[in-house]
Write a protein that binds this ligand. Structure first.
Ligand code: SF4
Ligand code: SF4
Length: 165
């Protein structure tokens, strides 16, 4: 399971490219109603949280490509982009706190190494408020801005972070 998740996270750009282009073609060429896209995006949000933006959305793909052109401001742009969002992002961002799959910390096995925090753009922008492992901090995975890149979960060396029911 952990290997599968690591593979998916390392392949995310490829998955986003395939799904983003397919969705764009379905809308532009085959006139797929945006209402279906909205319902599907919110349905994904109920199960997985705000996954649509960085795994499926054509606009998300364009944003990632633009951010890749200016790596210096990438974290800030990512943070701002995922704060503004669109109707799907607004709803599924809210669902991050209530989705069926959530990011969980096993405090008993966590070594407090901080690797997970260094992977997260939310922590990078607001390090005094957010942390994936510090007990007193707000958990970024439950916040509106978390786009379920799952870099944090994949980076934990001893599997203390999980993304599960
Ligand atoms: S999935 Fe993890 S690393 Fe990615 S934004 Fe959410 S909390 Fe941060
Ligand atoms: S990377 Fe894993 S072990 Fe290290 S602080 Fe984060 S949750 Fe704890």
């Amino acid at each position: 399971m952990r290997k599968t998740l690591k593979f998916l996270v390392s392949s995310r750009i490829m998955i986003l490219s395939v799904l983003g282009v397919s969705l764009y073609l379905a809308i532009a060429e085959y006139h797929l109603s945006l209402w279906y896209v909205l319902v599907a995006g919110v349905g994904l949000g109920v199960v997985f949280g705000k996954v649509f933006c960085r795994w499926v959305c054509p606009m998300g793909l364009i944003m990632e490509m633009l951010m890749g052109l200016s790596p210096d401001g990438k974290i800030r742009q990512m943070y701002q982009y995922h704060k503004v969002g669109c109707p799907i992002a607004w709803i599924s961002g809210f669902l991050n706190k209530h989705s069926i799959f959530r990011i969980k910390l096993n405090e008993d096995t966590c070594k407090n190494c901080g690797i997970c925090d260094r992977k997260c753009y939310i922590v990078a922008m607001e390090p005094t408020n957010y942390s994936l492992y510090k007990p007193s901090a707000i958990k970024p995975g439950d916040s509106y801005t978390c786009s379920k890149c799952l870099e944090c979960v994949a980076s934990c060396p001893n599997g203390s972070l999980t993304y599960k029911i």
